[in-house]
Unconditional design. Structure first.
Length: 153
């Protein structure tokens, strides 16, 4: 029977005390868990896009497939560049709230830019090889997972 305890959620009873890190402890934590630069992730996406385009050209022997794969990589890289620039700017570092709003706004800009680039694909790349474009796009998006795994090491 619970008499003295407040009835509620189980996790409320198990709250751990808050411990503010000292400067030395915070620095040690940063050394153990370094952050991964968004610019590095964008660079990895661009390199992977170039490799996929070269592979498309080697496999198909077609410049159209290579151009389509490059465009697919651009659909990933260009919006990622916009977001990286926006979220690492001065405004996003003003406060935690400004940083959160910045991420939300630049995520919306990134999605809109990706959609616009995909809609423009048939007009920009002629003849368009949708398979090569989508393969490059999907593989470029997988770089985010690879970056998380790389950071985990």
């Amino acid at each position: 029977m619970v008499s003295e305890r407040r009835r509620g959620f189980e996790d409320e009873a198990e709250e751990l005390p808050f411990h503010r890190l000292t400067h030395a402890e915070a620095e040690a934590l940063r050394q153990r868990q370094p952050s991964l630069s968004p610019w590095r992730v964008v660079l990895m996406q661009a390199v992977l896009g170039a490799v996929v385009a070269a592979g498309a050209w080697l496999v198909t022997g077609s410049g159209a497939s290579a151009a389509s794969a490059l465009y697919g990589a651009a659909v990933v890289v260009l919006p990622a560049l916009l977001m990286a620039r926006g979220t690492t700017g001065r405004v996003s570092r003003l406060s935690p709230a400004a940083g959160a709003v910045s991420v939300l706004v630049w995520s919306a800009v990134k999605m809109a830019a990706s959609v616009v680039l995909l809609v423009l694909a048939p007009k920009v790349v002629q003849p368009l090889d949708w398979v090569a474009l989508l393969v490059a796009l999907v593989l470029g998006l997988q770089v985010y997972w690879l970056a998380l795994l790389w950071r985990g090491r």
